[in-house]
Design a protein around this ligand. Sequence first.
Ligand code: C5P
Length: 311
Amino acid sequence: MTSVTAPSTSATVRVPAKVNLELLVGPVREDGYHALSTVYHAVSLFDEVTVSYADEWGLTVAGPRADGVPTDGSNLAARAAQELARAGGIDEPVHIRIRKDIPVSGGMAGGSADAAATLVACDHLWGLGLSREALEEIAADLGSDVPFLLAGGTAMGSGRGEVLAPVLARGTYHWVFALSDGGLSTPAVYAECDRLRSAFTVPEPKPSPEMMQALRSGNARLVAEALANDLQPAAISLMPELGDILDAGMEFGALGGIVSGSGPTVAFLVEGTEAALDLAVSLTASGTVRDVRRATGPAHGAHLVAGPRPD
Ligand code: C5P
């Protein structure tokens, strides 16, 4: 018996958010970016991106956090599809549907995540079968965090964040994320970091032995002690209430707290599922945060969950 497979018309990819367990910011480079030494950690807050063949290029955003996401060509996911089409010599327009659950402008790389997901989805839909290295190269041109969102897990980032190296990390980590009203612009936070440090000579950033040892041990308490973010003072300077949220989370029993990336989301590491629930309830009741989300890490990077298949 022969079976006939209908042509694939869409592909759906799930992609996680990230938090930086360590974000050490060095001097400004000649290209205007900052030299970074970071430890990325993917967490289980997910966006879903579906790409479908269409008569013309288009993009729609839906889901609990759709507000504030641009739907024109400036959206990083739209740019990802265009760049991949160019690289693969493809002339097949797609419509991109993003189901957003990652906070927008929150320091959790939501836009970069959607770009990574779009690369994987379009690669499948168009049947390009590009290597991981080829996808990573396009990803790096789109943004410093995009290669990590392809990879997921826990990884070191250097260069401007786009050069990845594996990290020996054990264990599952439980997180509570405190979301704030409004976002912070990443360039503005880097500029504020430069302003705050203008009187100092900033050294080249190097990964800390404390974080590497903590991750090898799989001990959440040690990881909590080693959390570090050079952008945190800048984010707090621009949004002082972040300091209050950090204090509140620690008072309510978190093992550690840190501004996520360039903020304003604040990430709290806790002992386990129950502690996460307790902290989420306490933070919500305190009225200091707009919304609270729980998640675990590490999570897988951008991966196909449906299709290519007929709609
Ligand atoms: O790479 P990406 O486009 O995500 O970076 C957004 C902005 O963040 C850059 O335009 C730059 O202002 C700042 N940035 C930086 N140094 C880095 C990464 C980002 O100054 N290593």
